[in-house]
Design a protein around this ligand. Structure first.
Ligand code: KG4
Length: 333
């Protein structure tokens, strides 16, 4: 079954064709990051306009690149939540009209479920159940993936997402948006023990997380140093900050896997591209005897293929949308 899938929830417009949820026939992505970089973050109105400009071009390109004709498409899928509402609407409306024009079913896909499904593309042998840590620009969730479509959040950030924390830290260091990759590169030559940052433990749920204190701590350190005219070791700050994020994520995930009795640990989302976090997960999973699944870098960030992968399983579970499908800024998993 060939699914034409669209993604437009933030600043990447994407159109992909995925076969039977596991095989990428094409994955076309147009990133707007450079346009938003001058503002230090995503400007929603600019994002929506860019999606409008590129989505039809990407759809045509996807069909051409996959070497198929439009008649070969069995279904259309779209990421309909959560995200920037104006941006999501572009994908939803385009997907609705495409499904109508091709006379094929329309499948709604939750963006975070898509991130998790990126792993099905990278690991043909991976099947639920497993524990997944989804870490992106807008979400940080520990998810009990009981089945392809049946998931339960067991922990979440109480405030900022991990990716947001990377982006804010990058901004205070004068690094470009999005800040995750520049911080990752800067941290390579730093001493991760030079600066001490807080690792939050929140009351109530041991799997909930918090990153706002860490963010504030970095900002205060940089501003205090500026006021005193002191030089900051930026590489070591990036490395120490990343260690703090990793130590918020990895031990909690290991503890949750132990408590739920899972031997498979999956990591997903843009922050899963971080080299330190990847290495720490690898070491922790080896130590605990867990099998680790993390997508290759190109499938960590937003893409259309992950939506096409999840859409296949949503289709099998009976999910269909009509022409009344709406876009949502927030949505339960
Ligand atoms: O999953 P994603 O592309 O978009 C959302 O669905 O939110 O994630 C984007 C986030 C940004 O905050 C970006 O700075 C972060 O992923 N990111 C990274 C790295 N590459 C991207 N964070 C840490 N290290 C990286 N190498």
């Amino acid at each position: 079954m060939k699914i034409l899938a669209f993604e437009s929830t933030c600043d990447e417009t994407a159109a992909a064709i995925v076969e039977d949820g596991r095989k990428i026939l094409t994955d076309q992505i147009s990133s707007q990051a450079e346009l938003h970089a001058v503002y230090g973050g995503v400007v929603p109105e600019i994002a929506s306009r860019c999606h409008v400009e590129s989505i039809s071009i990407l759809a045509e390109k996807a069909v051409r690149d996959a070497g198929i004709s439009k008649e070969d498409i069995d279904a259309v899928a779209v990421s309909y939540a959560p995200g920037l509402i104006g941006a999501v609407l572009v994908g939803v409306n385009f997907a609705k009209s495409t499904a109508l024009a091709l006379n094929v079913p329309l499948i709604p896909v939750h963006h975070i479920k898509g991130h998790i499904a990126a792993n099905y593309l990278a690991y043909p042998e991976l099947e639920p159940p497993f524990l997944c840590l989804a870490i992106s620009g807008g979400n940080t969730l520990l998810v009990d993936v009981r089945d392809y479509t049946d998931m339960k959040i067991i922990g979440a950030t109480r405030d900022d997402a991990a990716g947001e924390c990377f982006d804010k830290t990058a901004r205070v260091l004068g690094l470009p948006y999005p800040g995750g990759k520049p911080i990752d590169m800067l941290a390579q030559n730093g001493d991760d023990r030079k600066y001490s940052f807080p690792i939050a433990h929140v009351d109530g749920n041991p799997y909930d997380m918090s990153f706002s204190g860490l963010k504030t701590s970095v900002i205060n350190l940089v501003h205090n140093a500026e006021q005193k005219g002191e030089e900051i070791d930026r590489a070591s700050l990036a490395a120490s900050f990343t260690r703090a994020v990793s130590e918020s994520l990895v031990p909690r995930t290991m503890q949750a896997a132990k408590e739920l009795g899972y031997k498979k640990v999956v990591v997903a989302g843009g922050v899963a591209a971080n080299s330190r976090i990847r290495a720490d997960f690898k070491a922790a999973c080896e130590k605990n005897g867990y099998e680790l699944f993390i997508p290759p870098l190109k499938l960590c960030g937003d893409n259309g293929a992950m939506i096409g992968a999840q859409a296949y399983y949503e289709y099998l579970a009976g999910a269909r949308a009509g022409s009344d499908l709406n876009a949502y800024a927030t949505m339960e998993l």
